[in-house]
Design a binder for this molecule. Sequence first.
Ligand SMILES: [Zn+2]
Length: 161
Amino acid sequence: MPFPEITRLSPNCDATVPHERLGVVFHHSVIPFDETIALMTDPARKVSYHCLIALDGTRCTLVPDDHIAWHAGVSSFQGRAGCNAFLLGLSFAGDTYAAPLTEAQLASTIEWLAPRWVRHGWTLAWMTDHRQVAPGRKNDLNPVEWDRVIAPLKARFGEAN
Ligand SMILES: [Zn+2]
């Protein structure tokens, strides 16, 4: 059974330039699922992710993949500044320093990634988190939880497979 998926489109995005979709920046939202959706759909906040994953694995699409969500801010990756233009934003509801990611969140991540991995020809080198693209400014994810995200991706999508 796939995890439930809902859509609550956020106005906080840029639809005029096509998204390059070269990979993914993982985030945590600190606050719970419903509160995160409320914040991300508030035009005054000017922030958004492409997708938010609840503790039970339910996914909420906030911005379509072909639009630019405003998730990374001042950031750089693979020698390029401005990650919003070329990396999708996937966030876990909750705070990875306060509680570990749930098994449902990890499984739902694989489910969200799998079709995109094939469609866009992604590699592990293009998976990162907010802490790594905005060092010293952002701390999500907890490095211990980042390892729990990347390990199943290596097993599922790694170069050996
Ligand atoms: Zn973040």
